[in-house]
Design a protein around this ligand. Structure first.
Ligand code: ADP
Ligand code: MG
Length: 724
């Protein structure tokens, strides 16, 4: 490493008298975590530019070099400019002069003759008289501005650059910028900082890099900022994306290894008795293949001392409870205890009812414990948990309160695990006897694409239930457009209603949007009036939306649930929580206004009973999203499609699934890199779980310094409260 030398150069223009972070401060600021060497540079920043750098979080040369372009703009040659065009050029100054002007709002005009290998033109700068002294003949500058025709270029952003090579088809990088510091200026600063790339150290072990033919970090940063070709820029980006993904996976797998190598769980490996009997004859249905496979996996893990940490993913109705119950029964038949913890009382009660139905004739002691369990009942349950008389406890976070103790807790099931914080999960672990932790099965009904699940839940082993239980009706989905189809749709609905079935009509709006600039969409209130007195005048129609009085909402829900009402006109409030098995039609107006997962959820409101159901999507037939809905019923598949259809950088769906944004990596595009990173991280952790080997020390340092707000390693530090 080069040693740092302090240079007492003159303070550049604009730095002298203010509190703003000056160049010296900039140089003295902590170097970015990926660069252990202290770097220095000759960055000429004016006051405003220094402010801008501070606002962008660029406090060190390392920060600057890590400030990656958001896009690349084509650099134009002078000869190719067309009048009216906004463009960036890299040119050399031949002559420069300034003259005062006495027009309103203008003090001075600087004119320069500039040229590149194709042509010469006149560049004009307004109100910056000092430029005549700075951009001396022979200076290379990047100019961004507008070509006005007749060899005249009006400059809006400009900077000195050493970058002769930047005019290749690698383009000019475009950076996130602020008022004081333009993208063009940042690019010029990069040029000044370029020699310092030599000091950038690399956290990746050489073998790992060689294995995937990845450039070293300095070369990758060089490519990203100064690429001559688009391919070179992409090669640099991929290397940086790999590192980012690797760090995430290392963090996750490190946490996983720490748990596996920490306190053991109780080995549940005795021959099955209760579970064998239950699986052979106690169940009211036949298991699906996915359920059987999941049970086998869980069984094998319970038989090991390494605590199970498995995520069971399956949509609502996919039959996760049976798998969870198997694990709990395994504990019971070994003379131990199990809990199932749900995020809300309603869910806990539902689980309790489902499980009572599923255990059939088996004689088991079950208990339900929530915040509203009466005091007498509660103390009875607490006593039995402590004595071991209760084998299975189902409930909310009431189960992990300090007063709750268990005789021998060995299996825990956590439903919708993302709704519990790390402290709550630790409290659950602590309920096991001293020196052991429970086997934990986490469950979630959110279908997350595989790539995202690797990032969001990469510390857990994962199992998916994709196959819907037998007897479940597939839902026919149709896209509908014009008036003729609308008429047919209503006729179809009336047919269903005459047979005693019920229908949902969902609109994107509550009230019509009167604004003339907005494309009209149907409103629930209007559709309700129209349908109740028109198309469905012979039936009972009710209205449900979020702005209704609580009492009226309840009344509408009750009327529809009891079958008193035939049609429910609603907004997307029906997305969750309504279970009316007799409803067989889901009609969605302006379906293009809803996202894929929302449409899938809405569709899931029908097809819950014995009758065949239909989903009618009104919207543009060309819509890819609507076509995806019509062609797929599997939520996991739709989640993958949803992810693929998203524009780059649009990470709404990923935020929903609890994943922060990556700085460099793009999913699903970088899926292959993610697989590499996962495998590489697994290899490192398997050989050296605490990153102690010399070759892994830079990785460990990089990992330790990674910003805690980044997803993955730091995310679990947040103790998120339960949100009901
Ligand atoms: P999840 O918790 O995944 O939403 P559940 O476990 O609550 O789903 O199961 C939904 C319903 O399907 C329950 O009534 C359950 O008894 C039933 N069920 C589960 N597995 C099967 C199966 N293999 N065949 C038929 N019905 C099943
Ligand atoms: Mg369930």
């Amino acid at each position: 490493m080069a040693s740092a030398t302090t240079r007492d150069t003159a303070v550049p223009h604009g730095f002298a008298s203010t509190r703003r972070p000056g160049r010296d401060e900039l140089l003295a600021a902590p170097v970015h975590w990926r660069q252990p060497a202290r770097l220095e540079a000759e960055l000429e920043l004016t006051g405003r530019a220094a402010d801008g750098a501070g606002a962008l979080g660029l406090l060190s040369i390392g920060d600057l070099l890590e400030h990656l372009p958001r896009a690349r703009r084509e650099a134009r040659t002078v000869a190719a400019l067309t009048p009216g065009e906004a463009a960036t050029v890299v040119v050399e100054v031949r002559t420069i002069s300034q003259r005062p002007v006495r027009r309103r709002g203008m003090r001075a005009l600087v004119e320069a003759t500039v040229f590149d290998e194709t042509a010469t033109m006149r560049a004009t700068f307004f109100n910056q008289p000092w430029l005549a002294g700075r951009y001396r003949p022979g200076t290379r500058v990047v100019l961004h501005g507008k070509y006005e025709g007749r060899s005249s270029f009006k400059v809006s952003h400009h900077a000195v650059t050493d970058e002769a090579g930047a005019t290749g088809d690698g383009g000019i990088p475009h950076y996130a910028a602020t008022d004081g510091l333009s993208s063009t200026q940042i690019f010029a600063l990069m040029g000044a900082a370029r020699p310092l790339l030599a000091h950038v150290s690399d956290a990746l072990p050489g073998l790992m890099r060689a294995g995937h033919r990845l450039p070293d970090r300095a070369a990758a940063l060089g490519c990203v900022h100064f690429a001559e070709t688009a391919g070179e820029a992409e090669a640099g980006r991929r290397r940086l994306a790999f590192e980012e993904l690797l760090m995430t996976q290392l963090g996750l797998l490190h946490r996983r290894a720490r748990r596996r190598n920490g306190d053991p769980a109780v080995v549940l490996a005795d021959e099955p008795s209760l579970t064998a009997r239950w699986l052979a004859g106690g169940l009211p249905f036949e298991l699906t293949g996915d359920q059987r496979a999941a049970i086998e996996t869980v069984d094998a893990e319970l038989g090991q001392a390494a605590p199970m940490q498995r995520l069971l993913m399956g949509e609502v109705g996919s039959g996760k409870t049976v798998v969870a119950l198997f694990a709990m029964l395994r504990a019971a038949e070994h003379g131990h205890q199990a809990v199932l913890m749900a995020p809300t009382e309603t869910l806990a009660e539902q689980h309790f009812a489902t499980i009572q139905g599923l255990i059939g004739g088996e004689n088991l002691a079950l208990g339900l414990l929530t915040g509203s369990t009466p005091a007498g009942r509660r103390s009875d349950i607490l006593g039995k948990l402590r004595s071991g008389a209760l084998q299975i406890a189902i409930g909310t976070h009431a189960l992990i309160e300090p007063t709750v103790g268990f005789a021998s807790l060995t299996v825990a099931v956590v439903d919708e695990q993302h709704r519990f914080g790390v402290r709550q999960r630790a409290a659950l672990d602590a309920k096991s006897p001293a020196g052991v932790v429970p086997h934990v099965l986490h469950m979630t009904a959110t279908p997350i694409p595989r790539t995202l699940a690797l990032c969001a839940h990469g510390d857990l082993d994962q199992t998916r239930l994709r196959e819907l239980p037998r007897g479940r009706q597939a839902i026919e989905t149709h896209l509908a457009g014009g008036e003729r189809e609308r008429t047919r749709a209503y006729e179809r609905i009336r047919e269903e209603l005459r047979q005693g079935r019920q229908a949902f009509v969902v609109c994107p709006l509550v009230e019509p949007d009167e604004s003339p600039t907005v494309v009209a969409a149907r409103a629930a209130t209007v559709e309700y009036e129209r349908l109740a007195s028109g198309e469905f005048a012979d039936f009972r129609v009710v209205l449900l939306h979020g702005q209704l009085h609580h009492r009226d909402k309840q009344a509408a829900m009750a009327a529809f649930a009891s079958g008193e009402a035939d049609v429910l006109v609603a907004t997307s409030v029906v997305e969750v929580g309504i279970d009316v098995p007799n409803a067989t039609v889901m009609l969605i107006e302006n379906a293009e206004r809803f996202g894929i997962s929302q449409l899938h959820q809405l569709r899931g409101r029908v097809g819950r009973g014995e009758h065949a159901s239909v989903c009618l999507l009104f919207g543009p037939k060309g819509s890819q999203r609507l076509r995806a809905l019509a062609n797929h019923t599997d939520g996991f598949e739709l989640a993958e499609i949803d992810l693929e259809m998203r524009q780059e950088g649009d990470l709404i769906g990923t935020r929903q699934s609890g994943i922060g944004e990556f700085r460099v990596a793009r999913l699903p595009g970088d899926e292959e890199l993610l697989e590499w990173a996962r495998a590489a991280a697994a290899g490192v952790i398997a050989r050296d779980p605490d990153l102690r080997l010399a070759e892994h020390v830079p990785l460990a340092e990089a990992l330790a310094a990674a910003h805690p707000s980044v997803h993955g390693p730091g995310r679990e530090d947040l103790d998120r409260p339960i949100t009901a």
